[in-house]
Write a protein that binds this ligand. Structure first.
Ligand code: ZN
Length: 283
């Protein structure tokens, strides 16, 4: 089986002051390979450098926002080399043992998500359908999350032997006790519950989702660019002073201890899990 289409991994369009960035592997529920990561980063940079753009919206094409990192589509590219933009690390591609994955994820996941979280323009994640594991990192690194009532969120990676996805914001986007439930059970959190715990800003009917996001983006876009950038920095700095950044650095070490442990004791670094097995085990 080959990649089903020659479509770009990410679509980019600008309307007025709003750039719309759309994950575009709908045939694979927008599973994120590194090709998509780099395309997403390029789209974000394009929006940042365009003075006409005031707000950036991230959405997903097809039935779901995203099923997370690509762990099994024909376009999976985990062993391929790619450029570094978020960190100063060298290529992971030809490295042995734990070095390979540590170096790869430092750039492709932790580094990239931090870079996106700190983009100097407001970002809104427009989430519908599934938002699973690695997809949480894309949504969480946006400033707002607006979702439809059919959206659901899950981090099932404890089943892979891992203490949560790489961008470890769990105890910050919900309270710590809820974060334990979210991880220990690894089940789907429906949109309404995600709203109740403070992880998403608004829940709207599916057919009103895009219009709600557009209206909110338009209102934000009325504000001065520099004031928006400074306000975003202020809140992000507050979160970092509450421990977000240091927590992520510490947990990244645990995450890679877990990958190494699984590589030593099971069939692979994610305990032989697949997208299908994860889907079947989630409530
Ligand atoms: Zn990992």
């Amino acid at each position: 089986m080959s990649e089903a289409s020659d479509q770009p991994e990410v679509l980019y369009e600008v309307e007025g002051a709003v750039a719309r960035v759309t994950l575009n592997r709908p045939e694979f529920r927008n599973a994120q390979n590194v090709k998509m990561t780099m395309a997403l980063d390029a789209a974000y940079q394009r929006a940042v450098q365009d003075d006409e753009v005031k707000v950036i919206v991230l959405a997903g094409a097809g039935k779901h926002f995203s099923a997370g990192h690509d762990i099994g589509t024909p376009g999976r590219d985990i062993d391929k080399p790619f450029g570094r933009v978020a960190t100063g690390w060298y290529s992971h591609a030809d490295k042995p043992g734990a070095e390979n994955l540590f170096v790869r994820e430092q750039e492709a996941y932790l580094g990239m998500c931090r870079r996106w979280r700190d983009l100097p323009k407001p970002t809104i994640a427009q989430v519908h359908g599934a938002c699973i594991a690695g997809a949480l990192m894309l949504a969480w690194s946006c400033d707002f999350i607006i979702c439809s009532d059919d959206a659901f969120f899950a981090d099932p990676v404890v089943r892979m032997g891992l203490p949560g996805v790489e961008f470890f914001a769990h105890p910050f986007v919900m309270n710590p006790r809820k974060a334990k439930e979210f991880l220990f059970l690894g089940d789907r959190m429906p949109a309404e519950e995600a709203h109740r715990v403070g992880m998403v800003n608004r829940v709207v009917p599916r057919d009103e989702l895009a219009a709600t996001v557009d209206a909110m983006a338009a209102r934000i876009a009325e504000k001065p660019r520099f004031a928006l950038a400074l306000t975003k920095m202020a809140i992000n700095q507050a979160e970092d002073r509450m421990g977000l950044r240091e927590t992520m650095d510490a947990v990244f070490g645990l995450h890679h201890l877990a990958h190494a442990h699984m590589a030593l004791t099971s069939e692979d670094y994610i305990g032989g899990q697949s997208a299908k097995k994860l889907k079947e085990s989630m409530k």
